[in-house]
Design a protein around this ligand. Structure first.
Ligand SMILES: [Zn+2]
Length: 697
């Protein structure tokens, strides 16, 4: 069945609301202007048939320098920076008028004030870590060691250097843990354990010969930080070597980022007794008693059982003293960005400059803001949404989502490479799709979280522990499908496979993604392709393995699965051909889901645009460009990105998203509609012969 598309123009009605949202600044610097689609970014000297990315944004590439305190720069970052200023108004106003003790403005305002109180932070020195160091020093057995690990696991801190701001990282000495919907019983929360314990981005950083220099820099950083913490220099160097050796052992039993992508291979539901039996040497029961796991808590998910078996062996074979050194290092490294200035600076020197090539730290208020976004995400988010998210945006987005959904449904109906039974199941799953827009239908409750205006590290620690208690309280309970997995105030969107739902955060529903002042073509090429991207995730190489209820369960016939994989292989091959740095190609396998989502996202957003134009007088060209041309230009401009080399290397080695500059054209060269819009012909550098073009959805 085909559902009629609604096709209201996007261009009217919301501009006023956005203008009203620009509040008076409480500080001297003016908010940066909102980024926007601009023909001034184009390079008319470049032919779209030769190099579309530079035709679309060549002038921008030529004239833009990455700010000294950023690892990469593009339209996302421009909006993020502007959004940082908006959030800053929220934080500064709360700090100036905190209101009643325990109220949201008090928690937010005092947390921010404590983060900005560098005199108090510097005066405290290493003191906030003294209790942890004392506990680690007193450890006399592996059993006691695991009890300290369990205690550190009740702490949540953002990762050092956290430019994406994408939620809380975790302090994960030895291994990681989390509470999520059960992949095979998606209506219930379950505790899962996974590999972890590393200080470098992935296991390959410990072994890849090309990363020898990074390892040497890491070792020097470890020694410097340990010395700052009071160890004599020789002892600090020896302890750094020991901690690195322990991390290298953990890396040796860890999976690669590509191996971690497989949801089936990384799902093993078992009892605690079974984990204990499979991991001799690891005091499993001690750990669960220490974290207060309920006696009737039931089974858990162990993502990588072989890691825990290996960890048990390592705990028995390495001297206890090595593990104590490792734990001291991890506690110090996790806390350093939030301690006195010398610790924070040394942490940045490696994690910011060493790993990402960033010369300068962001201003303190931006660093503080990232911490609050991570630690009390929905407290900040609620104040932000009240102030900056115009209610009308939800309704306009819902219309747009409906249009893109209709286009996606048509694509599923027309995918003739699938047999009828698989297509029926795909459509049945799609019928259950749900979109959440802007902010959660109900907010998390922060009642009882004590925040003081003068204790930054304690605030951070208490907020992290509060969040861990919230998560542990969910174990065994029914999943709340209204909750958000990311802070609503950040620039992002995501697909939740267990809930079969897409979430568009308030932070991304602004120009240049959603720009009510612009023509439909630019908005379909912007937020439209983002909506299409997230929807397509439900049918990417991983999303397709979840059924209509969000359970990990293969509903494909073997022949249809084989046909899907053959098409996906073309996407892998295409991205493997992009060279990010000399000798470092993009990893088509690691980035497969995202590239499938980009490809589907552009294709369905384009069809939704065409459907909205059908049966009406053709809109006049704007700046000499047709709606179709503006659609593809808006898309390519959205992904214009510059990277520092180190950050680019890290992105390619560890991130499931290909660098933006490749996403700008990667999907387009597969689309005949793109060729038609710009007259691209055989022999043109942008031309791909039909047999090389990927088409999945
Ligand atoms: Zn994605």
């Amino acid at each position: 069945m085909k559902v009629p598309l609604s096709s209201g123009p996007l261009g009217r009605g919301l501009a006023a609301a956005f203008l009203l949202a620009a509040a008076r600044p409480a500080f001297a610097e003016a908010d940066p202007p909102a980024p926007a689609f601009s023909t001034a970014y184009m390079d008319p000297a470049v032919s779209p048939r030769v190099d579309f990315a530079h035709y679309a944004a060549g002038a921008w590439y030529r004239t833009t320098a990455i700010p000294a305190d950023k690892s990469s720069w593009g339209s996302f970052n421009e909006l993020e920076l502007r959004n940082c200023f908006l959030i800053r108004h929220v934080l500064e106003d709360a700090a100036a008028n905190p209101g009643a003790p325990g109220s949201l403005p008090q928690q937010v305002g005092d947390f921010y004030a404590s983060a900005m109180d560098t005199a108090a932070i510097d005066a405290a020195g290493l003191q906030p870590l003294a209790p942890d160091f004392a506990r680690i020093a007193a450890v006399g057995s592996v059993d006691e060691l695991i009890r300290v690990v369990a205690r550190l696991h009740t702490r949540l801190v953002p990762p050092p250097y956290n430019p994406s701001g994408a939620g809380a990282g975790v302090s994960t000495p030895l291994f990681s843990r989390g509470v999520q919907p059960d992949q095979k019983r998606s209506d219930t929360y379950i505790l899962s354990l996974g590999q972890g314990g590393l200080g470098l981005p992935t296991r390959d950083y410990y072994f890849d010969p090309a990363l020898e220099k990074t390892r040497a820099a890491y070792l020097a950083h470890m020694a410097t930080l340990l010395a700052l913490a009071g160890e004599p220099e020789a002892a600090a160097r020896a302890d750094a070597a020991t901690a690195l050796a322990v991390e290298t052992d953990l890396a040796g039993i860890s999976k690669t980022p590509v191996e971690l992508r497989d949801p089936i291979a990384n799902y093993h539901k078992m009892s605690i007794a079974a984990l204990a039996a499979a991991s001799p040497g690891l005091p499993v029961q001690t750990y669960f008693a220490a974290i207060g796991y309920p006696a009737d808590g039931g089974d858990i998910v162990v993502r990588q059982p072989e890691f825990f078996a290996g960890l048990g062996r390592l705990l028995q074979s390495r001297p206890l003293g090595d593990w104590k050194t490792y734990l001291r290092w991890r506690a110090l490294s996790d806390a350093a960005p939030y301690l006195a200035r010398p610790f924070e600076e040394e942490s940045f020197r490696f994690n910011g400059t060493g790993l990402n090539g960033v010369p300068a730290m962001e201003p303190r208020w931006q660093r503080a803001e990232r911490v609050l976004n991570a630690q009390i995400s929905q407290a900040v988010g609620r104040l932000y949404v009240d102030r900056y998210f115009p209610p009308a945006v939800q309704a306009r987005l819902a219309d747009l989502v409906a249009n893109i959904e209709a286009a996606m449904r048509a694509h599923l109906e027309q995918a003739d490479w699938m047999s009828a039974p698989t297509r029926e199941r795909a459509l049945a799953k799609f019928a259950r799709f749900r979109a959440l827009i802007g902010f959660p239908p109900h907010w998390r409750d922060y009642t009882g979280l004590e925040i003081r205006c003068d204790r930054y590290f304690e605030n951070l620690d208490r907020a992290g522990a509060f969040e861990v208690r919230r998560q542990f309280g969910l174990i065994g309970r029914k999943v709340d499908r209204d909750d958000f997995g990311l802070p609503p105030q950040i620039v992002n969107a995501y697909f939740q496979s267990n809930a079969n739902q897409v979430v568009f955060l308030a932070g991304i529903l602004q120009p240049p993604f959603f720009d009510p002042a612009r023509d439909d073509a630019v908005n379909y090429g912007g937020i439209g392709t983002v909506i299409g991207h997230e929807i397509t995730h439900g049918f990417d190489d991983r999303g397709r393995l979840y059924d209509a209820d969000g359970n990990l369960q293969d509903w494909w016939t073997p022949a249809d699965a084989a046909a899907f994989k053959a098409r996906a292989q073309q996407v892998i091959d295409e991205f493997n051909r992009f060279e990010a740095l000399p000798g470092l190609p993009v990893n088509g396998q690691l980035t497969l889901s995202e590239n499938i989502a980009d490809l589907g996202g552009v294709a369905v957003a384009y069809d939704a645009l065409e459907h909205s134009l059908a049966g009406k007088p053709r809109p006049p060209a704007i700046d000499g460009l047709t709606p179709e041309q503006r659609f593809f230009l808006a898309f390519a401009q959205l992904w214009r990105t510059k990277f520092r080399d180190d950050a680019l290397r890290r992105q390619v080695l560890s991130n499931e998203h290909a660098p933006g500059q490749f996403r700008a054209i990667g999907p387009l060269v597969n689309l005949p509609q793109f060729y038609a819009a710009f007259g691209i012909e055989p022999g043109d550098p942008m031309w791909r012969p039909p047999e090389q073009r990927a088409k999945i959805w």
